[in-house]
Design a protein around this ligand. Structure first.
Ligand code: SF4
Length: 263
């Protein structure tokens, strides 16, 4: 059986979910996008084959950070620094921050303006410095130590709940930290990924961040979170661009509502 051979199927469950959504036009889409709808989509959209086709097109990404070897607090700070800037810029600012503050306790004692000055080249320096300092302060208050290595062994739901409590830390930052540093099955979503998921129909046009994260966490098979995340970003940069997506070259066009409508 080829990677792209199974076609979409409309199960009774999927039809029921569609019908319920259609019969409630006054309800926002996100409100009717409940567990039954997510299950129905999983049945309609063979996500394993979408992942497989993307891997054929873009390769199988490997998380080179060994399980247990990456420090979750370092990763959390990396992800905060990566917001609204390029990978190269954020890596540069993280290196500068670690050089200036080899121990996070030193960063906690520093003025926010000193941290901001160190990460200035990464953009949004004042905002990021305030978030980093505030998160360090909250962790220290709770644990008495700046060490998040316990997250490696924590159940995924507990780890998500723990990081989600901090001010300034959103679902994408939580998911990136836990997926990249701890190899947890949590799916990070960014603008590229949201766009592709909406076009394919894996999530509805109107869907909250929280609901989208929950849905992907449920749909993506064990062990494929990293691959699917990285390849969707590659796909969004190369073919499924914000304007004029190149659907005729797309490896997942047969599973995409938008692609099926335009080719
Ligand atoms: S078919 Fe077009 S819209 Fe759909 S995922 Fe591929 S490039 Fe994007």
């Amino acid at each position: 059986m080829s990677a792209s051979s199974p076609r979409r199927r409309s199960s009774r469950k999927a039809e029921t979910a569609h019908r319920h959504a259609d019969e409630s036009p006054a309800q926002p889409s996100s409100a009717v996008f409940n567990d039954a709808r997510a299950e129905a989509l999983a049945d309609e959209k063979p996500i394993r084959y979408i992942i497989q086709n993307l891997e054929r097109a873009y390769g199988v990404p490997v998380n080179r950070r060994e399980q247990g070897a990456a420090d979750p607090l370092d990763m959390l700070v990396r992800i905060i620094l990566s917001q609204a800037t390029s990978d190269t810029n954020s890596e540069r600012t993280f290196a500068a921050l670690k050089k200036r503050f080899p121990d996070w306790n030193a960063a906690l004692r520093a003025r926010a303006s000193t941290i901001a000055g160190t990460i200035r080249s990464g953009g949004l320096a004042n905002q990021k410095a305030a978030v980093i300092r505030d998160v360090l302060r909250q962790i220290k208050q709770q644990h008495g130590t700046l060490d998040l290595s316990f997250l490696h062994d924590a159940p995924t739901a507990d780890a998500v709940a723990y990081l989600s409590q901090f001010r300034g830390i959103g679902p994408k930052t939580v998911a990136c930290t836990l997926l990249f540093a701890c190899h947890k099955n949590v799916f990070p979503l960014d603008t590229h990924i949201f766009r592709i998921l909406r076009r394919t129909g894996l999530i509805p046009q109107k869907c909250t961040d929280r609901r989208a994260h929950e849905t992907l966490n449920r749909l993506v098979p064990e062990g494929k979170f990293y691959s699917f995340h990285v390849n969707l970003i590659r796909h969004g940069r190369k073919l499924c661009r914000p304007r004029q997506p190149l659907c005729e070259q797309c490896p997942i066009v047969e599973y995409c509502d938008y692609g099926q409508a335009v080719i």
